[in-house]
Design a binder for this molecule. Sequence first.
Ligand code: UN1
Length: 511
Amino acid sequence: MSSLLINQPEYSWLKELGLKEDNEGVYNGTWGGKGEVVTSYCPGNNAPIARVKQATLDEYNETVNKAKEAWKIWADIPAPKRGEIVRQIGDALRKKIKLLGHLESLEMGKILVEGVGEVQEYVDICDYAVGLSRIIGGPILPSERPGHALIEQWNPVGLVGIITAFNFPVAVYGWNNALALICGNVCLWKGAPTTSLTSVAVTKIVAQVFEDNKLPGAICSLTCGGADIGNAIAKDERVDLVSFTGSTNVGKQVALKVQERFGRKLLELGGNNAIIVFEDADLSLVTPSVLFAAVGTAGQRCTTARRLFLHESIHDEIVEKLSKAYAQVRIGDPCAPDTLCGPLHTKQAVEMYLSAVEQAKCEGGTVVCGGKVIDRPGNFVEPTIMTGLAHDAAIVHKETFAPILYVIKFKTEEEAFAWNNEVKQGLSSSIFTKDLGRIFRWLGPKGSDCGLVNVNIPTSGAEIGGAFGGEKHTGGGRESGSDSWKHYMRRSTCTINYSKDLPLAQGIKFQ
Ligand code: UN1
């Protein structure tokens, strides 16, 4: 069909990623896809890009079987050798970083630098995982019994089902994939249906590495699909760990299904992140930080700042500075190099944006800037600042995946910290201050209750080296750096008697 973007000469670069008009959305060593045909649209103009054939449940079952078979080979390969394969994946991604970043701009709608930055996160976690492949393991602990060794042994869980969201269609898979692999697991990925082309393009790059190394491609399987495939993964006893990134509502359903079978789960759900600016802050850092956190990725990061608490003495000054900065944001084609704010991902997201602005007005909010849909092709909305709402207004406690920032005045540190923590979600949080005591109170037991607790930087844009995730309705999972690898392994406490006696623990004599 000539109306597909992929057939137009200016999009011929998509073919360098192995994409065609009709793409197969199932990979398990061989490609397939007998399910629904999904068309990917460009959020910048709603033009169709290309199509992806999704997985049927039969293909899903076959893929799980093949992944389980592949595990038998992969689990026997020493971890540093698995790390070498992950190193090759990182290198293969490096070669395609611009192309993949561009595809993300086209299909997800994020701006080019952010698209490239996201692929960079996958590259970075590959590097991280290569190092990790030589250091993971448990301690040898002192046994209380003579002639006994007490050892902690870590083994892979087996098959990791990875369900990712539209907003980070590369990086979140990458965090899971690289760590799961070095730990000795095989992966089965289901990305968001609306970013299926990205899932296919990434899988092609990864699959080539396995093929070149004469290893089964099913080690990194793909089943594109919707709720039916997601549901199958959640319920499937053969899937040893379900890593889910998405909304709190869907995450809760997934979690209940996985729990029902006592499966393992790793949840990265919604956020409702606040920035608190105190009167002593370095104000020159505040405007660029808020701009990146609230307008970046058009407000569609789980780490996006949605609430801005300003000390009453600086409230008006900062609102004025922010309004000026918002007025200069270049909104437009996400693939154009100077754009700062691209479109929302779907038409439904535009509806959600509008209804949030309306609800906020009804709850007493005033639009300081933005608040409208932009009259042009694509899903463009104006980045919006609203003031005058109560800290506990219903809309302020709701995560709307759009660039809407609720600005609220506060008087004391105590109330600002309490307001930060009073929402259900607990992902990211930032304060701006120079007060050392306040910084450590913020990090301490009565400070922020979030998984990401920042000082003088935005809520978004975390590095891969730390553990990423949040508390409460954010799901409690941790991915990426630090000791997140432990989620992908099971721990055995091993006690080995190398003596000729049988002393019992706790000094028990059983004779
Ligand atoms: C997400 O929005 O799902 O910290 C992940 C950040 C990115 C990851 C966001 N490194 O904003």
